[in-house]
Design a protein. Structure first.
Length: 150
């Protein structure tokens, strides 16, 4: 099993260690985002997932010019996205997206490049782990999600 796969995230949730999985993943080579790891560790008290989420339901903080985002991807980023898309086409399973739930919205904390690579490979959704400020927020999100799915 890949160290940062959907399956390893699922196993971490079953063990009650999803928060540690997220922090370790964000500190790992490739993600290299220890600052975000600490911010989420301090700010998110509850995690769930991996859950399959539609890209259209996510608030992306970075992305290409034709997508609703706060920051546009630069040329180097687009090259990375194209390489990622090719790897996905060759069978690579990207790690889950890291998403925060706040103000009744889902914000992509880590995974903007993965989303774009997946999108270019024809995907419309992907696995994500979702962080919440408290357990009540988590329960409300899951209840709402179950209502929409049912």
């Amino acid at each position: 099993m890949d160290e940062y796969s959907v399956d390893s995230a699922r196993l971490a949730e079953q063990r009650g260690e999803l928060d540690e999985w997220v922090a370790t993943f964000l500190r790992s080579p490739g993600s290299d985002n220890a600052v975000l790891a600490e911010a989420l560790r301090d700010g998110k008290s509850s995690w769930c997932g991996p859950l399959r989420l539609r890209f259209d339901d996510l608030q992306r903080l970075a992305g290409p010019a034709d997508q609703p985002t706060l920051t546009r991807l630069g040329e180097d980023d687009l090259e990375t996205v194209e390489e990622m898309g090719e790897s996905i086409d060759d069978g690579w399973e990207a790690p889950p997206l890291i998403v925060s739930y706040r103000d009744s919205q889902l914000f992509v904390e880590d995974g903007n490049h993965r989303i774009e690579g997946l999108r270019r490979s024809g995907r419309r959704d992907y696995w994500a782990v979702v962080g919440f400020d408290d357990e009540g927020q988590r329960e409300a999100f899951l209840a709402r999600r179950d209502t929409l799915a049912g």
